[in-house]
Design a protein around this ligand. Structure first.
Ligand SMILES: [Zn+2]
Ligand SMILES: [Zn+2]
Length: 147
């Protein structure tokens, strides 16, 4: 099983399909319920109000919106903007215009991926060269470090 760092607490965990470790997933589930219940009862609340009452960070609330898990209500719709053009959106990460742009862009990149491979190789060579240089440097000044 592949190991990954939990995006929330940084702990290593067996990666299956999640960015979070099992403990954080449980915590987020609880937070999600709190936020959802509160929004259900107070449809016009602002994100900061929700955050204050539930103790769930605004960032987490935005994440819920981005994951399409929360239905956007009036107060919260202010929060979410398209990551590309900044237009207000109700859920997800991009507005519809940018989504179709992105799809086109991805297709274009796939077609020119040959050029990118060469660039990566060049960068790899540069990194190796500088590493050799650093090693020599360490060797020459070794006695200095021992003072
Ligand atoms: Zn975690
Ligand atoms: Zn957009």
């Amino acid at each position: 099983m592949e190991l990954k760092n939990c995006r929330r607490c940084g702990r290593l965990f067996g990666y299956v399909n999640n960015l979070l470790c099992p403990e954080c997933i449980e915590k987020e589930e609880e937070e999600f319920k709190l936020v959802k219940d509160y929004i259900y009862e107070h449809p016009n609340c602002s994100a900061h109000e929700v955050s204050e009452v539930t103790g769930v960070s605004v960032r987490t609330i935005i994440n819920f919106l981005k994951q399409d898990r929360l239905e956007s209500v009036e107060g919260l719709s202010e929060l979410l903007t398209c990551e590309k053009c900044g237009a207000k959106i109700k859920s997800g990460r991009y507005c519809e215009d940018c989504l179709s742009d992105l799809k086109r862009e991805t297709k274009r990149l796939l077609n020119t991926s040959g050029a990118n491979v060469n660039k990566t190789e060049e960068m790899g060579r540069a990194t190796r060269d500088s590493r050799i240089y650093v090693n020599e440097d360490n060797h020459n000044h070794k006695h200095n470090y021992q003072h």
